[in-house]
Design a binder for this molecule. Structure first.
Ligand code: SAM
Length: 277
């Protein structure tokens, strides 16, 4: 792991995420022996669009039963479990943050989903996977942390089977003004590596991928952010929010993410790239 990656892991890796999650679920009255995906949904889809954008991206990418998916930067595994449960995919999740990989594995076992979702610590720029093994590479709100994007796209091109696709959701650069910090992916500018949508397309092409689609999703992400803020304000005693996995500055990070999008400092996109057959 590079020094930058260790630093980013420290940014994400709160102490004992698994214990924090179980404590919060217990405090909220959930039965730990009978957990459901719905119990985890307030915090296990760790990206601006939430569960709705995972479902939307999966439909956009035409995910179907039996496809082998690699979720790069999988967090605590919410999206992986959604793709397995609702789209019938077999998902391998890779994440830099050891605490997230442990929590993903523990929660997936408690839900009895380990046959179709497995998790491993690893880097997006040095994937611990054999060449040509996946039908789909998938990544939600991780690319903002990647300094060496040519290497990321080259790794994706390597692990995809011929004809395989990359489904991506990410925050991209907006009007060039500095973003408000902290945000969920960065407390300091040194962890923030935004490029524009046009730059994303040319990075993918440079790695030999074909651009099938790239669409702006900023308005939907703003609407979801406002909804999440309102839900937290309406139930301020709730234990089950993203604060379960992010111990610091959640209201400020949420407000900054919204302001960045609303002021045009950032935008969000979903994109589909293809490795030629
Ligand atoms: C905002 S979270 C999104 C998590 C997950 N994709 C989701 O949507 O629920 C970003 C994730 O990217 C991971 N990450 C950041 N840099 C990474 C890298 N170089 N390789 C692998 N994972 C990385 C972080 O550990 C974190 O779990």
């Amino acid at each position: 792991m590079s020094a930058l990656e260790s630093d980013i892991e420290r940014h994400y890796g709160a102490e004992d995420v698994s214990a924090r999650v179980l404590r919060a679920l217990t405090a909220a009255g959930k039965d730990l022996e009978r957990l459901t995906r719905a119990d985890l949904s307030p915090f296990d889809e760790f990206h601006g669009g939430g569960l709705a954008s995972t479902r939307d991206l999966a439909s956009f990418a035409a995910l179907a039963a039996g496809l082998e998916v690699l979720d790069i930067g999988c967090g605590i595994g919410g999206p992986a479990r959604t793709l397995a449960a609702e789209f019938g995919c077999r998902v391998t999740g890779i994440d830099l943050t050891h605490e997230f990989v442990r929590a993903a594995t523990m929660l997936t076992a408690r839900l009895g989903m380990q046959a179709n979702c497995r998790f491993q610590q690893g880097s997006a720029t040095d994937l611990p996977c054999a060449a040509a093994t996946f039908d789909i590479a998938w990544s939600q709100n991780m690319l903002m942390n990647i300094a060496d994007k040519p290497r990321f796209f080259a790794e994706v091109a390597r692990v995809l089977k011929p004809g395989g696709r990359l489904a991506l959701e990410t925050v991209v650069a907006g009007d060039g003004r500095q973003i408000h910090l902290p945000v969920f992916w960065a407390a300091r500018l040194e962890h923030n590596f935004l490029v524009t949508g046009a730059e994303l397309k040319s990075l993918a092409c440079d790695a030999g991928l074909v651009v099938d689609a790239l669409e702006d999703t900023t308005q939907a992400v703003i609407a979801n952010g406002r909804k999440r803020q309102a839900a937290i304000a309406a139930d301020s005693a709730s234990q089950l929010t993203v604060a379960v996995i992010v111990p610091d500055d959640v209201p400020l990070k949420m407000a900054n993410a919204l302001s960045n999008n609303e002021e045009g400092r950032t935008r969000t996109v979903k994109a589909l790239f293809r490795k030629p057959a």
